[in-house]
Design a protein. Structure first.
Length: 191
């Protein structure tokens, strides 16, 4: 995907983003497009004062910007500056504050991912058979070494990024692709 679509986290931007409302605001702007603080407040069940404050914090760290092509001078419209956020899982190892922020960020992401899956399970019968058949609910348990895991993860990311660059058809829907490839200890190794 183009580098302009990617926001790379550093310690400061991670700490700024690791807040539940800020993560929801950024997600909403990415998913639903530009909006005012008031509209975001209604959408997320928050006050416009709270959304406005947190949008300014996101702006300070380059996550959002004012959408000057919209509005009438009274309403300040906001848009996401990037479609994706990336980070190196080991870059914060020596920064206790950033590690703590990464933990908050990861747990909030997991809660958001769980909510997406719960919504899908609750509404999947509302979708046509073609959409239900095309959707994936797979899980695999593999035996890989670290090099194989790294290679597989890189291949999966490259595939998703290729589709992210593909122009959407008029029938396109937002698709949440959740990728977790996590090592787990075998029971006999835990003792």
């Amino acid at each position: 995907m183009p580098e302009s679509d990617v926001k790379r986290l550093d310690s400061g931007s991670l700490k700024a983003l690791a807040h539940p409302l800020r993560m929801r605001l950024l997600g909403s702007l990415r998913r639903d497009g530009p909006a005012t603080a008031s509209a975001l407040g209604r959408r997320l069940g928050e006050s416009s004062g709270a959304t406005s404050y947190h949008l300014r914090q996101l702006e300070r760290h380059g996550f959002v910007e004012e959408d000057t092509a919209r509005g009438d001078g009274r309403d300040r419209w906001w848009r996401s500056t990037h479609r994706h956020t990336v980070w190196d899982a080991t870059q914060f190892d020596d920064d206790p504050g950033a590690r703590e922020a990464l933990d908050v960020f990861a747990r909030q992401r997991l809660a958001g991912h769980a909510a997406l899956v719960e919504t899908w399970l609750a509404t999947r019968t509302d979708w046509s058979p073609a959409w239900r058949e095309a959707a994936g609910e797979d899980d695999y348990l593999l035996r890989l070494d670290v090099a194989q895991l790294a290679a597989m993860t890189a291949e999966l990311r490259a595939t998703v990024e290729r589709y992210a660059r593909t122009p959407a058809s008029p029938e396109a829907e937002n698709i949440a692709v959740l990728l977790y490839a996590l090592p787990e200890r075998r029971a006999e190794d835990a003792t």
